[in-house]
Design a protein around this ligand. Structure first.
Ligand code: SF4
Ligand code: SF4
Ligand code: FES
Length: 246
C-alpha cells in the first residue's frame, strides 16, 4: 500500500515584514519512483501554489534544487522518497541568502568566491586569435575535467562547519576551483601567488578537514584529495618563504 508522506516544510518570506519563520506540514500519497522534486511539485500544484523552491534540469545538472532534507544537504531531484522515512523535514540551505521558503541565492555567493580566488586562467601570453589550440597532456586534461564537474549546488558549503561560522570562508567548492587552476599548465600563477589568495584562515588554513563537504557532494568530487593537496602545497610554500627570509 502506498505510504502517506508527511512533509514539514520551512516557510518564510523575508520580503514580508509580517512573515514569521515556521514549518508547514503537507500530507501527500507516495507514488512509484517519487523524488523529493516530484513531491514538492505535487504539493505546489495540488495544495499550495505559493510554495517557493528552485529547480531547472531535474537531472542533477543545474544544481538549483539543493536543500536540507532530513538534516542532510542534498539535491531534491536526486533524492528518492522511498529512501526516506515517512516524515520528512525540508529546510533551505544555510549560509546562502534566503529568497523565500526553500529557495536560496547561491549565485551571488559563488560569484563572490570565484572573484576572490580569481577563478580564471592567468597568463602573460598575448592572445592570438589565429593561433592553433595548444595541446594538453590527456591525463592533465582528464584531471581538470574531473574537477570541473562541480554544479555549484552549494551542498558542500551548507555542510561545512567553517562556512557556517564565518561568512568569508571560501568553502570546498572554491578551493576545488583553485586546485583546478593549479594543475592547468596554461595558468602561470606561482605557488606564492596562490598562497596570497588561499594561504590564510578564509582559505585552506580555515578548513577543519572533517570532510562533510565530500560526504554530501552529489557529484562525488574528490574534495578530500584536493583540500589535502592544497594544504600540503601551501604549507610548503609558507615554510619556503620563512627560510628564504633568513
Ligand atoms: S573539510 Fe574543510 S571545506 Fe570540507 S566541510 Fe570540513 S571545513 Fe569545510
Ligand atoms: S563541490 Fe560538489 S557539493 Fe560542492 S558545489 Fe560542487 S557539486 Fe555541489
Ligand atoms: S533540478 Fe537541476 S540539479 Fe536538481
Amino acid at each position: 500500500m502506498a505510504r502517506l508522506l508527511k512533509l514539514n516544510v520551512f516557510r518564510y518570506n523575508p520580503q514580508d515584514p509580517k512573515s514569521v519563520p515556521h514549518l508547514q506540514t503537507y500530507v501527500l500519497d507516495e507514488t512509484d519512483n517519487m523524488t523529493m522534486f516530484i513531491a514538492l511539485n505535487r504539493v505546489r500544484e495540488e495544495q499550495d501554489p505559493g510554495l517557493q523552491f528552485d529547480f531547472c534540469c531535474r537531472a542533477g545538472i543545474c544544481g538549483s534544487c539543493a536543500m536540507v532534507i532530513n538534516g542532510r544537504p542534498s539535491l531534491a531531484c536526486h533524492t528518492k522518497t522511498k529512501d526516506l522515512p515517512d516524515e520528512i523535514t525540508l529546510l533551505p540551505l544555510p549560509v546562502f541568502k534566503l529568497i523565500g521558503d526553500l529557495s536560496v541565492d547561491t549565485g551571488v555567493w559563488f560569484r563572490a568566491m570565484y572573484d576572490k580566488v580569481e577563478s580564471w586562467i592567468h597568463t602573460r601570453k598575448e592572445f592570438d586569435p589565429k593561433a592553433l589550440e595548444e595541446r594538453m597532456d590527456n591525463a592533465v586534461a582528464e584531471q581538470i575535467y574531473e574537477l570541473e564537474r562541480c554544479i555549484e549546488c552549494g551542498c558542500c558549503v551548507a555542510a561545512c562547519g567553517t562556512a557556517r561560522l564565518r561568512d568569508d570562508f571560501m568553502g570546498a567548492a572554491a578551493l576545488n576551483r583553485v586546485a583546478r587552476f593549479v594543475v592547468d599548465p596554461r595558468d602561470t600563477r606561482t605557488d606564492k601567488e596562490y598562497f596570497e589568495i588561499i594561504g590564510n584562515d578564509t582559505g585552506i588554513f580555515g578548513c577543519m578537514g572533517l570532510l562533510a563537504c565530500e560526504d554530501v557532494c552529489p557529484k562525488d568530487l574528490p574534495l578530500q584529495n584536493q583540500l589535502g593537496y592544497l594544504r600540503r602545497k601551501m604549507g610548503i610554500t609558507a615554510l619556503k618563504s620563512l627560510f628564504s627570509r633568513k
